[in-house]
Design a protein around this ligand. Sequence first.
Ligand code: FAD
Length: 136
Amino acid sequence: MVPSFRSILSLSLRLTHTYTLTLSLFLCFKQVLWNAVAKALEVEDPESLCEVSMVGTPLTHERFLRRSYGTYGPALKAANGQTLPFAQTKVENLLCTGDSTFPGIGLPAVAASGMLAANTLTSVTNHLEMLEKIGL
Ligand SMILES: Cc1cc2nc3c(=O)[nH]c(=O)nc-3n(C[C@H](O)[C@H](O)[C@H](O)COP(=O)(O)OP(=O)(O)OC[C@H]3O[C@@H](n4cnc5c(N)ncnc54)[C@H](O)[C@@H]3O)c2cc1C
């Protein structure tokens, strides 16, 4: 999606604070990230070198993804013995996929959970046969 003569820089900062942070505080975190970039690239104002600059906060995720508290990724409690969530649920034939069902965040987690669901539906041997049939 980016022209070959341009680059995308995507930065994330893990927030462990409570959700009651104000937008201005989120923007302070943004500055923390830019400071880290400035240090890494050894330039004074890296943001001024950007053609497009966008900041996403948990508020963004809440708004666009409708995630509770703007978060994603499954809430696993190790203390309760919870392990990786698989696609199956207690309801027969109901499978779960998406960024809240596989550890990690974003599209890689979505894709991985889709594969888990597919593998739950049929055997790997069947997958291989189907892939061969369609020439992959
Ligand atoms: C600003 C922003 C930037 C991002 N950048 C990146 C990035 O750079 N890299 C990356 O990997 N990820 C990124 N993500 C995260 C990524 O978009 C999500 O992790 C991904 O879209 C989640 O996919 P999903 O299929 O689990 O859920 P969604 O894409 O949220 O799909 C859920 C679908 O279910 C529908 N739905 C919800 N409730 C109901 C209901 N009751 N009935 C019927 N339908 C319903 C919704 O309308 C939606 O279409 C970004 C997200 C945002 C908001």
